[in-house]
Design a protein around this ligand. Structure first.
Ligand SMILES: [Zn+2]
Length: 84
C-alpha cells in the first residue's frame, strides 16, 4: 500500500491506515494511547502472573510502568518466545 501525504489522500486510504494501526489496546494515566504495534515498541519490563492471569508490563514514555492482560494462565501456550 502506498500512502501519499497531501491532498490526494483518499478516504479509503485513511480507513486502511486506521486498520493498519489497529485499535487502542492500552491507555496510560498520562493520556498516551497505544495500539498493539505501538505497545510492542515500548520498553519491555517483564511479565507477571498470578493465579488468574498473566500481565505484560512495559514502560510508557512518561516513565510509568503499565500492563496489559495476556489472558488466563490456563490458556497460556506451552512455549513463548520473548524478544522477537
Ligand atoms: Zn504514560
Amino acid at each position: 500500500m502506498t500512502v501519499q501525504i497531501g491532498s490526494t489522500t483518499k478516504v479509503t486510504d485513511i480507513v486502511e491506515l486506521r486498520q493498519l494501526r489497529g485499535p487502542v489496546i492500552k491507555r496510560c494515566a498520562c493520556g498516551a494511547a497505544f495500539t498493539q504495534r505501538q505497545w510492542n515498541a515500548l520498553k519491555l519490563v517483564g511479565y507477571h502472573s498470578d493465579d488468574v492471569e498473566e500481565l505484560e508490563l512495559r514502560n510508557c514514555g512518561c516513565g510509568s510502568t503499565i500492563a496489559i492482560t495476556l489472558g488466563s494462565v490456563f490458556q497460556k501456550p506451552a512455549l513463548r518466545l520473548v524478544g522477537m
